[in-house]
Design a protein around this ligand. Structure first.
Ligand code: ADE
Length: 240
Protein backbone atom coordinates (compact mmCIF):
# COMPACT_ATOMS: atom_id res chain seq x y z
CA UNK A 1 0.00 0.00 0.00
CA UNK A 2 1.14 3.57 -0.70
CA UNK A 3 0.09 6.36 1.67
CA UNK A 4 0.60 10.08 1.01
CA UNK A 5 -0.18 12.89 3.42
CA UNK A 6 -0.35 16.57 2.45
CA UNK A 7 -0.10 18.98 5.40
CA UNK A 8 1.31 22.35 6.46
CA UNK A 9 2.95 20.60 9.43
CA UNK A 10 4.92 17.64 8.04
CA UNK A 11 6.65 17.23 11.43
CA UNK A 12 3.32 16.22 12.97
CA UNK A 13 3.41 13.01 10.94
CA UNK A 14 6.85 11.93 12.19
CA UNK A 15 5.35 9.31 14.56
CA UNK A 16 4.21 7.36 11.49
CA UNK A 17 7.81 6.24 11.14
CA UNK A 18 7.97 4.85 14.71
CA UNK A 19 7.32 1.39 16.11
CA UNK A 20 4.90 -0.90 14.25
CA UNK A 21 4.33 1.53 11.36
CA UNK A 22 8.03 2.28 11.04
CA UNK A 23 8.76 -1.44 10.81
CA UNK A 24 6.02 -1.88 8.19
CA UNK A 25 7.68 0.86 6.11
CA UNK A 26 11.15 -0.64 6.54
CA UNK A 27 9.81 -4.07 5.57
CA UNK A 28 8.39 -2.57 2.35
CA UNK A 29 4.78 -3.38 3.32
CA UNK A 30 3.86 0.32 3.22
CA UNK A 31 5.33 3.25 1.30
CA UNK A 32 4.83 6.64 2.95
CA UNK A 33 5.14 10.14 1.49
CA UNK A 34 4.62 13.27 3.62
CA UNK A 35 4.35 16.52 1.64
CA UNK A 36 4.44 20.16 2.73
CA UNK A 37 1.44 21.99 1.23
CA UNK A 38 3.45 25.23 1.22
CA UNK A 39 5.73 23.77 -1.48
CA UNK A 40 2.85 24.56 -3.87
CA UNK A 41 2.43 28.23 -2.90
CA UNK A 42 3.83 30.97 -5.13
CA UNK A 43 3.79 34.10 -2.93
CA UNK A 44 6.48 35.27 -0.51
CA UNK A 45 4.21 34.66 2.48
CA UNK A 46 3.40 31.13 1.33
CA UNK A 47 -0.24 31.83 2.21
CA UNK A 48 -2.51 28.79 2.29
CA UNK A 49 -5.65 30.42 3.71
CA UNK A 50 -7.99 33.35 3.17
CA UNK A 51 -11.10 34.82 4.81
CA UNK A 52 -14.40 32.99 4.31
CA UNK A 53 -17.03 34.17 1.83
CA UNK A 54 -20.16 35.09 3.75
CA UNK A 55 -18.12 36.22 6.76
CA UNK A 56 -17.57 34.50 10.07
CA UNK A 57 -14.59 33.65 12.22
CA UNK A 58 -11.49 31.80 11.10
CA UNK A 59 -9.87 31.26 7.75
CA UNK A 60 -10.50 28.81 4.91
CA UNK A 61 -7.75 26.99 3.03
CA UNK A 62 -7.44 28.20 -0.57
CA UNK A 63 -8.44 25.86 -3.37
CA UNK A 64 -5.65 26.76 -5.83
CA UNK A 65 -2.81 25.62 -3.61
CA UNK A 66 -4.65 22.39 -2.70
CA UNK A 67 -5.41 21.73 -6.37
CA UNK A 68 -1.78 22.06 -7.39
CA UNK A 69 -0.58 19.96 -4.45
CA UNK A 70 -3.09 17.16 -4.99
CA UNK A 71 -2.57 17.06 -8.77
CA UNK A 72 1.17 16.61 -8.16
CA UNK A 73 0.84 14.06 -5.36
CA UNK A 74 -1.94 12.04 -7.00
CA UNK A 75 -0.38 11.84 -10.47
CA UNK A 76 -2.20 9.31 -12.65
CA UNK A 77 -2.24 6.30 -10.32
CA UNK A 78 -5.69 5.45 -8.91
CA UNK A 79 -6.16 6.43 -5.27
CA UNK A 80 -8.74 7.15 -2.59
CA UNK A 81 -8.63 10.72 -1.26
CA UNK A 82 -9.37 11.16 2.44
CA UNK A 83 -10.14 14.53 4.01
CA UNK A 84 -10.32 14.45 7.83
CA UNK A 85 -12.91 16.86 9.21
CA UNK A 86 -15.14 16.92 12.31
CA UNK A 87 -17.99 17.34 9.79
CA UNK A 88 -17.20 13.98 8.14
CA UNK A 89 -18.79 10.53 8.29
CA UNK A 90 -17.53 8.54 11.31
CA UNK A 91 -14.31 6.57 10.81
CA UNK A 92 -14.86 3.06 12.23
CA UNK A 93 -13.16 -0.34 12.26
CA UNK A 94 -15.24 -1.16 9.17
CA UNK A 95 -13.74 1.88 7.40
CA UNK A 96 -10.24 0.73 8.39
CA UNK A 97 -10.97 -2.76 7.02
CA UNK A 98 -12.30 -1.36 3.73
CA UNK A 99 -9.34 0.99 3.26
CA UNK A 100 -6.86 -1.80 4.08
CA UNK A 101 -7.86 -3.25 0.69
CA UNK A 102 -6.87 -0.09 -1.22
CA UNK A 103 -3.66 0.26 -3.28
CA UNK A 104 -3.26 3.90 -2.40
CA UNK A 105 -4.61 6.40 0.15
CA UNK A 106 -3.96 10.15 -0.04
CA UNK A 107 -4.80 12.25 3.04
CA UNK A 108 -5.40 16.01 2.76
CA UNK A 109 -5.01 17.65 6.19
CA UNK A 110 -7.05 20.81 6.66
CA UNK A 111 -6.41 23.43 9.32
CA UNK A 112 -8.30 26.58 10.26
CA UNK A 113 -12.01 26.35 9.35
CA UNK A 114 -11.34 23.70 6.72
CA UNK A 115 -10.56 23.49 3.01
CA UNK A 116 -12.62 25.29 0.33
CA UNK A 117 -15.41 22.78 -0.44
CA UNK A 118 -14.69 22.91 -4.18
CA UNK A 119 -11.51 20.90 -3.60
CA UNK A 120 -13.52 17.89 -2.38
CA UNK A 121 -16.19 18.47 -5.03
CA UNK A 122 -13.66 18.67 -7.87
CA UNK A 123 -11.74 15.50 -6.95
CA UNK A 124 -14.97 13.61 -6.21
CA UNK A 125 -15.74 13.89 -9.93
CA UNK A 126 -12.77 11.70 -10.79
CA UNK A 127 -12.02 9.49 -7.77
CA UNK A 128 -13.44 8.21 -4.48
CA UNK A 129 -13.26 10.94 -1.84
CA UNK A 130 -14.16 10.46 1.84
CA UNK A 131 -14.65 13.27 4.34
CA UNK A 132 -14.29 11.49 7.69
CA UNK A 133 -14.31 12.30 11.40
CA UNK A 134 -12.51 10.30 14.08
CA UNK A 135 -14.94 11.36 16.79
CA UNK A 136 -17.33 13.97 18.09
CA UNK A 137 -14.77 16.52 19.22
CA UNK A 138 -12.82 19.19 17.39
CA UNK A 139 -9.07 18.96 16.86
CA UNK A 140 -7.01 21.88 15.53
CA UNK A 141 -6.31 20.08 12.27
CA UNK A 142 -6.48 16.78 10.43
CA UNK A 143 -2.94 15.62 11.24
CA UNK A 144 -3.69 13.76 14.47
CA UNK A 145 -6.75 12.20 12.83
CA UNK A 146 -4.45 10.92 10.06
CA UNK A 147 -2.12 9.36 12.65
CA UNK A 148 -5.12 7.56 14.12
CA UNK A 149 -6.55 6.36 10.80
CA UNK A 150 -3.23 5.29 9.27
CA UNK A 151 -2.40 3.24 12.37
CA UNK A 152 -5.81 1.57 12.33
CA UNK A 153 -5.44 0.68 8.63
CA UNK A 154 -1.78 -0.35 8.52
CA UNK A 155 -2.05 -2.82 11.41
CA UNK A 156 -4.61 -4.72 9.32
CA UNK A 157 -2.27 -5.19 6.34
CA UNK A 158 -0.99 -8.74 5.88
CA UNK A 159 2.41 -9.23 7.55
CA UNK A 160 2.25 -6.11 9.76
CA UNK A 161 1.07 -7.70 13.02
CA UNK A 162 3.22 -10.52 14.38
CA UNK A 163 0.09 -12.53 15.13
CA UNK A 164 -2.71 -11.98 12.55
CA UNK A 165 -5.25 -13.54 14.94
CA UNK A 166 -4.94 -10.38 17.11
CA UNK A 167 -6.53 -8.32 14.32
CA UNK A 168 -9.26 -10.90 13.76
CA UNK A 169 -10.15 -10.88 17.46
CA UNK A 170 -10.09 -7.10 17.90
CA UNK A 171 -12.75 -5.16 19.67
CA UNK A 172 -15.40 -4.29 17.04
CA UNK A 173 -14.47 -7.04 14.57
CA UNK A 174 -17.41 -9.12 15.86
CA UNK A 175 -19.39 -5.99 16.73
CA UNK A 176 -18.57 -6.26 20.46
CA UNK A 177 -15.99 -4.67 22.76
CA UNK A 178 -13.23 -7.03 23.84
CA UNK A 179 -13.43 -8.30 27.42
CA UNK A 180 -10.68 -8.10 30.07
CA UNK A 181 -7.26 -9.81 29.69
CA UNK A 182 -4.90 -11.20 32.36
CA UNK A 183 -1.32 -12.45 32.62
CA UNK A 184 0.95 -13.71 35.42
CA UNK A 185 0.98 -13.61 38.42
CA UNK A 186 -2.20 -15.50 39.35
CA UNK A 187 -2.66 -13.29 42.40
CA UNK A 188 -1.76 -9.58 42.52
CA UNK A 189 -2.67 -7.08 45.26
CA UNK A 190 -5.29 -9.49 46.48
CA UNK A 191 -6.92 -9.78 43.05
CA UNK A 192 -6.99 -13.18 41.30
CA UNK A 193 -7.11 -14.21 37.66
CA UNK A 194 -10.54 -15.81 37.02
CA UNK A 195 -10.26 -19.59 37.54
CA UNK A 196 -11.86 -20.48 34.21
CA UNK A 197 -8.95 -18.92 32.28
CA UNK A 198 -6.59 -21.39 33.99
CA UNK A 199 -8.89 -24.39 33.57
CA UNK A 200 -7.66 -25.49 30.15
CA UNK A 201 -11.33 -25.94 29.13
CA UNK A 202 -11.35 -24.15 25.77
CA UNK A 203 -15.12 -24.17 25.32
CA UNK A 204 -15.64 -22.76 28.82
CA UNK A 205 -12.98 -20.10 28.19
CA UNK A 206 -14.59 -19.09 24.89
CA UNK A 207 -18.02 -18.86 26.58
CA UNK A 208 -16.58 -16.82 29.48
CA UNK A 209 -14.86 -14.41 27.07
CA UNK A 210 -18.01 -13.99 25.03
CA UNK A 211 -20.04 -13.28 28.19
CA UNK A 212 -17.57 -10.65 29.42
CA UNK A 213 -17.56 -9.03 25.95
CA UNK A 214 -21.37 -8.90 25.96
CA UNK A 215 -21.46 -7.58 29.53
CA UNK A 216 -18.92 -4.86 28.80
CA UNK A 217 -20.61 -3.86 25.55
CA UNK A 218 -24.01 -3.67 27.25
CA UNK A 219 -22.56 -1.43 29.99
CA UNK A 220 -20.35 0.83 27.89
CA UNK A 221 -21.72 0.79 24.36
CA UNK A 222 -25.34 -0.33 24.31
CA UNK A 223 -25.60 1.27 20.85
CA UNK A 224 -23.28 -1.47 19.50
CA UNK A 225 -25.49 -4.24 20.93
CA UNK A 226 -28.59 -2.63 19.43
CA UNK A 227 -26.89 -2.50 16.03
CA UNK A 228 -25.99 -6.23 15.98
CA UNK A 229 -27.96 -8.26 13.46
CA UNK A 230 -30.11 -11.00 15.06
CA UNK A 231 -27.97 -13.81 13.70
CA UNK A 232 -24.90 -12.39 15.47
CA UNK A 233 -26.28 -13.52 18.85
CA UNK A 234 -26.70 -17.14 19.99
CA UNK A 235 -29.26 -18.35 22.54
CA UNK A 236 -26.95 -17.92 25.53
CA UNK A 237 -25.97 -14.41 24.35
CA UNK A 238 -29.56 -13.23 24.50
CA UNK A 239 -29.51 -13.17 28.32
CA UNK A 240 -27.56 -9.87 28.05
N1 ADE B 1 -10.20 17.74 12.25
C1 ADE B 1 -10.60 18.42 13.34
N2 ADE B 1 -11.34 17.63 14.15
C2 ADE B 1 -11.41 16.42 13.55
C3 ADE B 1 -12.04 15.19 13.87
N3 ADE B 1 -12.77 15.04 14.99
N4 ADE B 1 -11.91 14.18 13.01
C4 ADE B 1 -11.21 14.31 11.88
N5 ADE B 1 -10.59 15.44 11.52
C5 ADE B 1 -10.68 16.49 12.34
Amino acid sequence: MRIDVVTIFPGYLAPLREALLGRAIEAGLVELGVHDLRDWTHDVHQAVDDSPYGGGPGMVMRPQVWGEALDAVLGDAPARLVVPTPAGRPFTQATAQAWAGEERLVFACGRYEGIDQRVVDAYAQRMPVDEVSIGDYVLVGGEVAVLVMVEAVVRLLPGVLGNPVSAQEDSFSDGLLEGPAYTRPVSWRGLDVPDVLRSGNHAAIARWRRDRALERTAARRPDLLDALPDHALDRTDRAF
